[in-house]
Design a protein around this ligand. Structure first.
Ligand code: ADP
Length: 691
């Protein structure tokens, strides 16, 4: 057949023949043949043989299953014995010699006999083979089987071009799982995941997800722990070394640790250090860890709104990770670190779930031995961890959490304390950090006061530390550049190095003024002075309030105004005044949100002063809540407020009478400089405040 330039030739065997001779021509070789015919044997015998071939064939075909289907159908069709025998020779897997032998055997019955013996042999072979298989299968034990499969898989992977890296790191992971004392459930989980990992092509995204998971699972600490230092005297020594003062706080910490040791459990409530920034909450936490010989980790919860930041994302998310708790644990590397949870009061909440309920589980000794992280999936035991929380503002800690916490209050430092802290700790610390020897850098008490008053304005000592650090750096430069032996910090040098004074000390009003009153506020940054301004102008009774005031404080302004309206006569104010004028109240420095009822007296005083045109003493500050009938009620944060007043040089502070008991907490240095005037009613306030 000719097709597109190709020739195709089909040969088919027609009959048997014997080669007699070759005839060579110049183009091709021809053969001279002598046809041979089949020799028929006994007919009965032939029939029996054909039958036998058919049955033999059927049984072999069922075990080897390698015969073309057309042969099977041919054989069942009852063809002639000759065709049957020749077909067989063609399809049966025989050696060339055997095939030749079948061809040369002219006697049909003999040919059939030959075929039967070949079929017998084949049958025997497959029987032996299957029995060998059986035995081999028995011998391959579970481990070997696994090995075999693994090897096979590796081979497949290699075939697919997935380089053998899988082999190396799975081996490593397997060793890690088997060698280390992980809890049983973790081991189990890790092995499951490892098996999954091995199945995945190493270049696939999923493989890297599983790999990352395994990493987290195996590197999260499940067993290692440090030995606690239980020598309480040594603990106390170390706490004292690290921090100046804070006696009450340290005592509380010591009691806490003692009880813990005695009861030998961590089931006690969690310590929470509350106070303004920079008063040493974090460094106390560190110090506790150091004195107990424990590892320290810190995790900040500021701005955490989403539960999954604490508990982790489920693994189905792309790039998911464990939550901050597990992250912190991994960082610590042990199961019993001191774990500082910073800014627990800044915990938010939104539609994505309430993180405080997750925190509750972390901090509750009853529950935290089975803490669940969405990513890790396996329960994690947090019961050996010593948690310490910090907060700026007690009121902002979610109520449910507050219940679990043992609150320790730290408050602002007085100037004297700040100087002592600087002398005993900060200067030495900065010297070391900047490579200065003691005699190379001198900063003395007077200059410290000057720094505190004019370059810092804070409850703690953070800014002060920064200022000292800055002086140290300048000193290093001067020593190296100008070949100075020693630097003694003077006021002149401070002005030169730090620039002009940043804060004016005693920022109280210089003169007695009308409509301006200094209030005292207690914010998360410690105490602060809060000037209130009131002015009025012709109008029709509008009441304007500006500055960043919270709702409670806005209410206080209305209460103040209504109190004055209803007592107009007493304060000699024309009742018609309010209809003909607009009144504007402003609380400056709006950047810091202010709230709370304690500005009541301040607002009322400023209003009366403005409306009646009577000046208010400038060296006086006040705090107190006012009722509609003019009673003055107790307020919180007196210590912080009076420290703030002291900072700006106030001489007199009006306080609610019911706060007299809190005067105990106020440092002597402050009490020496400030006169506290207890009052019960608005009338008394005005009598003291108005000139
Ligand atoms: P917080 O966590 O309360 O905001 P930090 O712990 O960060 O404050 O403290 C700020 C710096 O002030 C730290 O370097 C700390 O060592 C230092 N500090 C605060 N209080 C004291 C103190 N009483 N004695 C020594 N150093 C202190």
């Amino acid at each position: 057949r000719k097709k597109e330039g190709f020739m195709r030739v089909t040969f088919s065997g027609l009959e048997r023949a014997e080669l007699v001779d070759y005839i060579d021509s110049d183009k091709l070789t021809m053969a001279k043949i002598q046809p041979l015919s089949n020799i028929a044997g006994d007919e009965i015998e032939e029939l029996a043989l054909v039958k036998r071939v058919a049955t033999e064939f059927e049984s072999v075909a069922s075990t080897t299953a390698s015969f073309p289907p057309e042969v099977i159908s041919q054989l069942t069709k009852g063809v002639s014995a000759v065709v049957l025998a020749d077909q067989f020779a063609q399809y049966f897997p025989l050696s060339l010699d055997k095939k030749q032998q079948l061809l040369e055997t002219l006697n049909v019955n003999e040919r059939l006999m030959l075929i039967i013996s070949e079929l017998e042999k084949e049958k025997e072979l497959s029987r032996v083979e299957s029995s060998i298989n059986e035995k081999v299968k028995e011998r391959i034990e579970e481990g070997q089987r696994e090995y075999y499969l693994r090897e096979k898989m590796r081979a497949i992977k290699e075939e697919l071009g997935d380089v053998a890296n899988v082999a190396d790191d799975t081996q490593e992971l397997r060793e890690m799982i088997e060698k280390n004392p992980y809890p049983e459930h973790v081991k189990q989980k890790a092995l499951e995941e490892l098996a999954r990992y091995e199945m995945l092509p190493s270049s696939s995204g999923e493989a890297s997800v599983v790999r990352t998971y395994l990493d987290w699972l195996l590197k999260t600490p499940w067993y290692g722990m440090t030995q606690d230092n239980d020598d309480l005297i040594l603990v106390q020594d170390r706490l004292n070394q690290d921090h100046y003062g804070l006696e009450k706080v340290k005592d509380r910490i010591m009691e806490y640790l003692a009880v813990k040791q005695m009861t030998n459990s961590l089931r006690s409530p969690i310590l929470c250090l509350v106070g303004p920034p920079g008063v040493g909450k974090t460094s106390l936490g560190k110090s506790i860890a150091r004195s107990l010989d424990r590892k320290f980790v810190k995790v900040s919860l500021g701005g955490v709104k989403d539960e999954s930041e604490i508990r982790g994302h489920r693994r189905t998310y792309l790039g998911s990770m464990p939550g901050r708790i597990i992250q912190g644990m991994k960082k610590s590397g042990v199961i019993n670190p001191v774990f500082l949870i910073d800014e627990i009061d800044k915990l938010g909440s939104d539609y994505k779930g309430d993180p405080s309920s997750a925190m509750l589980e972390v901090l509750d000794p009853e529950q935290n031995s089975l803490f669940s992280d969405h990513y890790l999936e396996e329960p994690y035991d947090l019961s050996h961890v010593m948690f310490i929380a910090t907060a700026n503002y007690l009121e902002d800690i979610p109520a449910a959490l507050r219940d679990r916490l043992e609150i320790i209050q730290l408050s602002s430092y007085t100037e004297v304390e700040k100087v002592k802290i600087a002398e005993n700790h900060l200067i030495a610390k900065q010297r070391v950090m900047n490579g200065l020897k003691e005699k190379q850098f001198k900063l003395e008490e007077n200059e410290l006061y000057y720094l505190i008053r004019h370059y810092t304005r804070e409850a703690g000592v953070r800014q002060l530390e920064r200022v000292i650090a800055s002086l140290c750096r300048k000193a290093v430069l001067a020593i190296l550049k100008e070949n100075k032996k020693t630097i003694k910090v003077t006021k002149k040098l401070i002005l030169e190095w730090l620039g002009k004074e940043m804060f004016e000390y005693g920022q109280k009003e210089k003169k007695n003024q009308i409509g301006v009153v200094t209030g005292l506020a207690y914010t998360s940054f410690g105490g602060d002075v809060l000037p209130v301004e009131v002015t009025y102008f012709e109008g029709n009774g509008k009441f304007i309030v500006t500055g960043q005031l919270g709702d409670v404080m806005k209410e206080s302004t209305s209460i103040a105004l209504d109190y004055i309206k209803s007592n107009a006569k007493k304060y000699k104010i024309d009742p018609k005044f309010f209809d003909k004028h607009d009144i504007h109240i402003h609380v400056p420095e709006g950047a810091v949100p202010k709230d709370g009822p304690s500005a009541g007296v301040t607002l009322t005083t400023a209003l009366v002063s403005a409306i009646t045109g009577t000046p208010v003493y400038s060296d006086l500050a006040m705090t107190g809540e006012v009722t509609l009938r003019g009673h003055v009620l107790a307020i919180g944060g007196l210590r912080e407020k009076s420290l703030a007043a002291h900072r700006v040089g106030i001489k007199k502070v009006i306080i609610p009478k019911s706060n007299l008991k809190d005067l105990d907490e106020i440092p002597e240095t402050v009490k020496n400089d400030i006169t506290f005037i207890p009052v019960e009613s608005m009338e008394q306030v005005l009598k003291e405040a108005l000139v």
